[in-house]
Structures are given as C-alpha cells and as structure tokens.
Design a binder for this molecule. Structure first.
Ligand code: URP
Ligand code: ZN
Ligand code: ZN
Length: 466
C-alpha cells in the first residue's frame, strides 16, 4: 500500500517545510516538494490532502504504566486501552516500565510485561526495567537485557519498602551501565524524609490528599536529584531524572549540565498545567495524587524555561490511571493510601501544542522535539521513530493546529472515570494518525487493531548521548 500526503507542512525538530510525503508499506520513502504527479508517486493507492495541516512524526511517550500493580490495586488502562487512547492523542509509541518483583529475576518481570503487551497493544511499545533488588545476579541480567533491547533501568530514592534502593545499590547499577552502555533513570525524591513528614502530618489529623502534596517538599526532590547526579558523575554515566516537577530539582540538573555532567531530565504536563491548588477541595484532591506531587504554580515558569533552554529534554506523561470512584477511595482518611498516579497519555501532545506553541512559549519545532524527536534520540530509536524522513517508520500524524476541543472524561478514550483537565479548552488536534503506514485514527474514528503494536528493540544510550 502506497500513500501520498500532499500540501502539508512537514514539521520536524530541526526544520519545517512545505513538502509532500510518500509512504510505501510501513516506511517513509520520500519527502519533498512536488511529489504529487512525479514518477516516484505514480500509482499511490491513497492521497491525503494535508492543506493547512502539520505533518509531524508520531509522538513517543517514554513514561507510561499500563496495568501497573501499585498501592494495592492496578493502573486501570491495559496495553490495549492505553495505547488506543494514546493514538487518539497523536502518540504512536510508548515505552512502559516492566517491574522486577523483589526476589524474582529481571527476566521474570520482563516476561510478565511482555505478556501484557503482546497481542494487545495497538501501537508500538518498548520497555524500561524497574529494578527492585540490586545484587550480583540482577547486575549480570542488566547486560542481557541491554542486548535484548531493554536499555534503560529505573531506580528509586522514593517509596521506602516498595521500590527504594539505597545509594550503594544505585551506584552499583550505575557502574554496571558504565560497562553495558545503558541508561539509569531515577525517581529522585528523598522517600525516607518524606515518610517522616507524612507521618507527622497524619498524626496531626491532616489526612486529606492535599497533604500528600505538602509532605513531599520540593527540596526533597532537589536533594535526591543532586545526590543521584553526583553518583552518576562518579560512575561516569549518563543519568535521566524522570517526572521532574520542581524548580529545586531543575536547578540541580541545570547546575550539573553547566559543569559538563551527562544529566538529562523529563517533566510531565501535570507539572506544567496543574498545581498544588488542584489537590485541595477535600477528597477530590485524590484525583491529583501522584509522586512527585503537583507543585505551587510559581514552579511552572521555571519548568517552561527549562524546556526552552534544553535543561529539560523530554515531556512524557507518567500515565498511571486509577478510577476516582473506586481505586482512589483506598485513601479515604489517609492520604498515604491513595494510589499514586494520574491519567494523561491521550492529552500530552494537545496540551503541549496549546500551552506551548499557541501559548507562545515554544516553537512548533521544539514541540515536536520534546514529544517525539528527543524521546527517540534519548531512548535508542533515532532514524526509526521521531522524524518524518526517508527510511523512518511511517508513524505520522496529520495535525490540525487550528482544531479546538474541550478535554473531558466524557469524550476521552482512556479507561478511567475522570480527567485532570476536565473542561479545559485546547487548540490543536490530530486528524489522522498512522502507525507504520496504517491509518489507525481518522477524524475521531478508530481504525486500528488490538495487537497491531510491535515490540521495539532499542539501541543503547552510549550510541547517541556520550
Ligand atoms: O505517582 C506516580 N508517579 N505513579 C507512578 C509510579 C512512578 O513513580 O512513576
Ligand atoms: Zn516514579
Ligand atoms: Zn512513573
């Protein structure tokens, strides 16, 4: 099947240009002016007129948690529902987190997550690996995983008793990635200090979800970010701070980058558009409980500056949805028991277009970079995803920069009973979404298929970062 996209503006991270795009099977084969009517495009079965639209690379969300067991329940979206919702929002690849259970092997965790995704995902998917135990056996397994295309490992300075690793364990994992070329991703909050404050607040009767936000001080994120960056410097490896939420943590990343450190970071839409104020209003605040928590509004501008100046390279979602009416209720009477996580995989591209490009904070090229090109580059997919260019996968979104819609749980496709952005109007939306040459969303209709998504075996960080 050959498809020709004509009359659009191709927007890549480095350049926008009026150009046609020719797709043959799963790949882009040509990008240029005047392809319509050329010998190259002769016999194309389908022509799509993209006049007035952007032709952008399908977005990549490198931080999702489909079906994550957490806080006594499971994140609600499956690989089927979550990737389908992602596609409606212009995201054509996700990288999710497989989890090592304590005492089990990394491969056992990977097999479990592969089984959840295979035959179910509607878009392409890859995995990072969450390491719960660092020991000689799991360190050796890290090398095997890198060879199998799972090239990043997430460790935590948060969640004592669940995922927290001590500094020695984190350093050992970093030393191992120095040998195998992988990347360490860090959830950087001082979980032990947070638990002290959270316990004190709860003992004082401050049990509403709002106090989840109060207990997790920004300085606890700044301290942990500095600590793990310094450990990475000692191990001579790149480190990627996930879901960075605060000015305090950003200052540590910026200082590290200024001194030449290989420190990288992502933020998420919730830290750019939502604030601690949303966590008020009694138990309704549980809808917004995630870690790190939402911050006071005065952190927003710093994060946008971080995106403009490339101290933050990526915006991902940390999509981890729990129904409000059932799952979030586990925390009634004690904010420490609210399952941590928010839905967002469907909204990221539009929120960033609306608040970023339309809002005059970033260019359309930078928008494409932070939602697609940089995720591809940082996570071993360069040349395959994240670019509209010959040889790349035909993951393409025909994006209407003038389309308007209002975000609502009544119309979204995520399998969760609320939206954090309920009632928010946004400018910009995906008209057509293609995954490897196949139209999977067209004018709001689903054309894709459960099981279409393929596992993405990724290259290592060392090939492109260092
Ligand atoms: O609240 C969050 N972020 N839930 C998902 C788990 C994590 O720490 O990323
Ligand atoms: Zn985390
Ligand atoms: Zn996460």
């Amino acid at each position: 099947m050959r498809t020709l996209i004509t009359n659009g503006t191709v927007v890549n991270a480095d350049l926008s240009a009026a150009a046609d795009v020719l797709i043959d099977g799963e790949k882009i084969v040509a990008v240029g002016r005047g392809l319509a009517g050329s010998d190259l495009a002769a016999g194309a079965e389908r022509t799509v007129d993209a006049s007035g639209k952007y032709v952008i690379p399908g977005a990549i969300d490198v931080h999702t948690h489909m079906e994550l067991p957490f806080g006594g329940t499971f994140a609600k979206d499956t690989f089927e529902t979550g990737t389908r919702a992602a596609a409606f929002g212009g995201t054509t690849s996700i990288i999710d987190f497989a989890v090592q259970s304590k005492g089990a092997t990394l491969h056992a965790g990977l097999d479990t997550w592969m089984a959840k995704a295979q035959g179910n995902a509607c878009t392409d998917y890859g995995f990072h690996m969450i390491i719960s135990d660092v020991n000689d056996a799991t360190l050796a397994e890290m090398d095997q995983l890198v060879a199998e295309g799972i090239t990043d490992f997430k460790l935590f300075t948060a969640y004592p008793g669940v995922f927290l690793s001590d500094d020695g364990s984190i350093f050992r994992a970093m030393q191992q990635t120095e040998k195998n070329g992988g990347l360490i991703m860090m959830h950087a909050e001082n979980g032990l200090a947070i638990d002290i404050v959270a316990g004190q607040l709860a003992a004082a009767g401050k049990t509403d979800p709002y106090y989840h936000g109060v207990a997790r001080y920004p300085i606890f994120e700044g301290e942990a970010s500095n600590r793990v960056i310094r450990l990475a410097e000692a191990a001579h490896v790149p480190v990627y701070i996930v879901h960075l939420s605060s000015r305090d943590a950003l200052e540590e990343v910026r200082a590290a980058r200024d001194r030449g450190s290989m420190a990288f970071a992502e933020t998420c839409p919730q830290y750019l558009f939502l604030s601690l104020d949303d966590m008020g209003n009694g138990f309704n605040g549980a809808k917004f409980v995630c870690s790190p928590p939402l911050r006071p509004k005065d952190h927003w501008e710093s994060l946008w500056q971080g995106l403009v100046k490339d101290d933050l390279q990526v915006v991902s979602t940390d999509h981890c949805p729990f129904d409000f009416e059932t799952q979030k209720q586990l925390g009634v009477g004690d904010f420490r028991k609210v399952p941590n996580g928010l839905p967002g995989v469907e909204d990221r591209v539009d929120l960033l277009h609306d608040g970023g490009v339309v809002g005059g904070r970033i260019t359309r090229e930078r928008w494409v970079e932070i939602v697609s090109a940089a995720p591809a580059r940082m996570f071993g997919l360069s040349g395959v995803k994240g670019v509209v260019a010959p040889g790349a996968d035909a993951d393409i979104v025909i994006y209407d920069p003038a389309r308007r819609h209002t975000i609502s749980a009544r119309t979204h496709h995520m399998d969760v009973d609320y939206s954090c952005y309920e009632g928010r109007p946004v400018v910009g939306g995906s008209d057509i979404v293609m995954s490897r040459g196949r139209v999977i969303v067209e004018d709001g209709d689903w054309k894709g298929e459960k099981g279409w998504g393929k596992f993405m075996k990724r290259r290592t960080a060392r090939e492109y970062l260092v």
